[in-house]
Design a binder for this molecule. Sequence first.
Ligand SMILES: CC(=O)N[C@H]1[C@@H](OP(=O)(O)OP(=O)(O)OC[C@H]2O[C@@H](n3ccc(=O)[nH]c3=O)[C@H](O)[C@@H]2O)O[C@H](CO)[C@@H](O)[C@@H]1O[C@H](C)C(=O)N[C@@H](C)C(=O)N[C@H](CCC(=O)O)C(=O)O
Ligand SMILES: Nc1ncnc2c1ncn2[C@@H]1O[C@H](COP(=O)(O)OP(=O)(O)OP(=O)(O)O)[C@@H](O)[C@H]1O
Ligand SMILES: N[C@H](CCC[C@H](N)C(=O)O)C(=O)O
Ligand SMILES: [Mg+2]
Length: 487
Amino acid sequence: MAILQDILYKVPLLSVNGNTSIPVTGVQIDSRKVVDGNVFVAIPGEHANGSQFIGKAIAAGAVAIVCELFPDQMEPGITYLQVSNAHEAVAYMAHQFYGEPSKKVKLIGVTGTNGKTTIATLLYKLFSELGHTCGLLSTVQNHIGKEVLPATHTTPDAVSLNALLARMVEEGCTHVFMECSSHAIHQHRITGLHFTGALFSNITHDHLDYHKTFDEYIRVKKSFFDNLPSDAFAISNLDEKRGTVMLQNTVARKYYYSLKNVADFKGKILENALSGLVMIVNDKEVHFRLIGEFNAYNLMAVYGAAICAGEDNDEVLRVMSMLTGAEGRFDYIVSNDKIIGIIDYAHTPDALENVLETIKKLRKGHEQVITVVGCGGDRDKTKRPVMARVSAELSTKLILTSDNPRTEDPQQILRDMEEGLDSAGKRKSITISDRREAIKTAVALANKEDIILIAGKGHEKYQDINGVKHDFDDKAVLLEMFALLNK
Ligand SMILES: CC(=O)N[C@H]1[C@@H](OP(=O)(O)OP(=O)(O)OC[C@H]2O[C@@H](n3ccc(=O)[nH]c3=O)[C@H](O)[C@@H]2O)O[C@H](CO)[C@@H](O)[C@@H]1O[C@H](C)C(=O)N[C@@H](C)C(=O)N[C@H](CCC(=O)O)C(=O)O
Ligand SMILES: Nc1ncnc2c1ncn2[C@@H]1O[C@H](COP(=O)(O)OP(=O)(O)OP(=O)(O)O)[C@@H](O)[C@H]1O
Ligand SMILES: N[C@H](CCC[C@H](N)C(=O)O)C(=O)O
Ligand SMILES: [Mg+2]
């Protein structure tokens, strides 16, 4: 329970119609969730405008309405507030309603095209091992201390996000690690939160369906750093083309990590094998269980954040050396016939290139690399041909298959991918839209010590076809196919 005008603190109001001294029992952006005494914020969305549901919200018990345009007819006894940006308004209101939870923990946000889940999860595991009670908000799942909750988004909407942060505070969390997706930054899901630290991994091709241009995508990611407070730290990747631009206008303390240049957090790879990475980190030799150069970058980001958050250098490296990555990220299994199967969430051209380059370095001789990959429907179409081209270039054999077609025709997605193949690429590839059959075929084509990469869905336990989530787990299917080999 809170008083409406108290949670409006920070919200620029264009006009007010009604009483703002009333008690409110909650903030909602979805009319279907409204209960007695709530304030309903009408958000202009991609498919609908929340304003269409004001009547429904009032019928369900809303006592106040926040909107960008007043409706033609206003109900007596209801308070109407006009704002210029409803996304921003709900973020500030939710943060106040839940008692400014971000100010009661050390909140560290991670942004970038690839690596967010890996970095945030490693931070959660590291700080938990170091003895802190921690929260995690990630694509794979959310954690409140040891409790695990399912995640629906990489970064939840502002109301769910602040409610989760408040629960973390209640449960005694002192540190919270969260992924900040570009959608979330753009839609103000994280507006108003007080960040102790912010990390940047990299920016490459993705989400151009939403952001339209790469420059706009960069601008959105950069705005996360631009809005940090001066008492926060901001850590970026010096080896990444946009690494310094990201921090150009931030007032936070700036730090960089690098594997190639002189930097605050300097790493060097000595060995990169299936057994893990051996690295020099700020003059100390450390063995890590994660694989690949891209993970060396993720580890440096984690190390930098731990040091900036005040943890002890030697303890941090000791614990980090024992950590495993996030579920479905370079997760490998070996069959009895010594075929290596790798499940990975690579769903961008850059991620595929990194994973396949890593695999190339792990090959001892002329083992085949058989890649199974698809692209999601209702998402950036321009990455499809590029993902197919990169996969063909770096694999011996390529099987194009379905990912989550969502509302699109799977055959059309596959045709979009095939567009990216030149004649050499076409010769080494086949298209099998049924993902299970595709994995079965990859196993049938593999010989001893060959490597199979199943990319794009990582931890996901479903396949979204026409809005219906069918059970599907890449790792389970691969294990099943491996088991059949022994019969
Ligand atoms: C493109 C996008 O980000 N869409 C998000 C957006 O939906 P939308 O704009 O389509 O909303 P809408 O359906 O038009 O509805 C507008 C408003 O009316 C409300 N409404 C709607 C129906 C009703 O009966 N009553 C009602 O009040 C809705 O709650 C909403 O507030 O707002 C919704 C509520 O917060 C989100 O659930 C939804 O995420 C959709 C499901 C989604 O797929 N988002 C993806 C693209 C996304 O956000 N991904 C990033 C990760 C990307 C990455 O890291 O790779 C993420 O952070 O998860
Ligand atoms: N630092 C990195 N640079 C490039 N590729 C990476 C990096 N870290 C991980 N990857 C690749 O990207 C995939 C996704 O990694 P991860 O889930 O950590 O990223 P994410 O940013 O959380 O993705 P999403 O935007 O879907 O939430 C991994 O499976 C791996 O293939
Ligand atoms: N968070 C990413 C995940 C994509 C994973 C892939 N399996 C797909 O469905 O496209 C996105 O929303 O673009
Ligand atoms: Mg993620």
